[in-house]
Design a protein around this ligand. Structure first.
Ligand SMILES: C[S@@+](CC[C@H](N)C(=O)[O-])C[C@H]1O[C@@H](n2cnc3c(N)ncnc32)[C@H](O)[C@@H]1O
Length: 377
């Protein structure tokens, strides 16, 4: 028996450290108990911050910078606060209406200021790609979509579905590059759909070209009269709890030989993870699939390529969102958040600071973004 085998054998009896999937039942239970303690500590800090505790950003960042490498490298199973995060849920996406209320249908003026809203690049709520030398957020988002075009091998004439299309940013940019591409966008957020409907009437927008079709509806119920050459889904599978069912659905929407491109936040640890704080205040039912979760669900779709994108790219994106959020306080503080604005601001600062910092820990090697190219099996 090799040293590595002996170590794995011993590790299955040890709680807290290593891969939770290999634990004996007792070590598993003890590890889950410890995860609850870590989660409670994170929540207590978050709630205290929301309720007015003054923590300078620099102190908060150093707290994360010192604790997260330990968790990522030695105790990854403590990063899954809920049992359901480790397994698949009943539906493709759970609690979608609640998610829209808590997050995506918030005052759009706030989200649009934070994410940026330009002539070609509409608000885009996902990672910008900075490693190709982007000088600002707008350029990082163009570079990100350029990379999607390359990796999904988009060709003029393709009929493409954007599964969770946000404000139509990716569609608008790709339609501007390819005069014969057709795009369909699916999104449950009424407010984001209203944004796209206005763009569909605006002669300056490529969404008004007659080549863009919008469906306001839930991923769970997605059905279309036609099949697609390509499907892309960017920053949406964090809301998908059942990969098996989601891939079955996507496969049914694809032409034979068609391809699917998925971009998600991911963690290079053995299990899926989540955050109690973001689950309560920002993304109900949200989770990060571990880097191998998608290729491990090869029933209806098979992964033919996968790429890890270093977390520094998302760190820079989130840092810019936080700066923009802070810079626009005067214009966004009077909007209706269904709660006191000071509390809302603190919730969002905690979220943006926490996420922005975590993606930079361990030089971005553990917590980053994953991209996957899949075909019909
Ligand atoms: C993080 S945003 C990403 C949007 C866009 N792909 C982008 O990169 O900017 C997630 C998007 O998924 C949509 N979404 C989340 N859950 C959904 C559901 N169950 N049905 C339809 N759309 C959903 C949200 O409204 C939002 O537009």
């Amino acid at each position: 028996m090799t040293f590595a085998n002996t170590f794995l054998n011993i590790q299955k009896y040890l709680p807290i450290t290593g891969d939770i999937n290999l634990k004996t039942p007792i070590a598993y239970k003890a590890t889950r108990g410890a995860a609850r303690v870590i989660n409670a500590a994170q929540m207590a800090l978050g709630e205290a911050y929301v309720n007015g505790l003054e923590i300078p950003d620099s102190v908060y960042r150093s707290l994360i910078n010192s604790s997260m490498p330990l968790l990522f490298q030695h105790c990854p199973s403590l990063l899954a606060p809920y049992e359901w995060v480790l397994n698949e849920t009943d539906h493709i996406a759970e609690g979608s209406r609640e998610l829209m209320k808590v997050q995506y249908d918030l005052p759009q003026a706030m989200l649009n200021q934070m994410l940026g809203d330009w002539k070609l690049i509409y608000p885009k709520y996902s990672m910008g790609l900075w490693e190709r030398g982007a000088v600002d957020l707008e350029e990082s988002q163009k570079h990100m979509i350029d990379q999607v075009i390359e990796r999904l091998e988009i060709k003029d004439g393709d009929n493409i579905l954007d599964f969770g299309c946000g404000w139509g940013c990716v569609a608008n940019y790709i339609l501007s590059k390819f005069p014969n591409v057709r795009f369909t966008g699916l999104n449950l957020s009424h407010e984001q759909c209203e944004y796209m409907r206005r763009k569909m009437q605006d002669p300056e927008s490529y969404l008004s070209s007659g080549r863009f079709t919008l469906y306001e509806g839930d991923l769970n119920d997605a059905q279309f009269a036609e099949k697609f050459d390509k499907i892309l889904s960017i920053g949406v599978f964090e809301h998908v709890g059942n990969l098996t069912n989601a891939f079955q659905k996507l496969a049914s929407l694809l032409k034979s030989g068609g391809r699917v491109f998925i971009h998600i936040i991911t963690a290079r640890i053995p299990n899926n993870m989540s955050s109690g704080f973001t689950h309560k205040y920002i993304f109900p039912h949200g989770r990060y699939w571990n880097y191998d979760a998608i290729p491990n669900h090869n029933q209806d779709l098979k992964t033919i390529s996968q790429w890890y994108i270093n977390g520094i790219n998302y760190h820079k994106t989130l840092t810019d969102w936080l700066r923009r959020f802070d810079d626009h306080q005067e214009s966004i503080k009077h909007l209706d958040y269904s709660m006191d604005y000071a509390k809302f601001r603190r919730i969002w600062r905690f979220y943006l600071l926490m996420l922005g910092t975590i993606f930079a820990t361990c030089d971005g090697e553990y917590n980053g973004n994953g991209q996957y190219l899949l075909v019909h099996t």
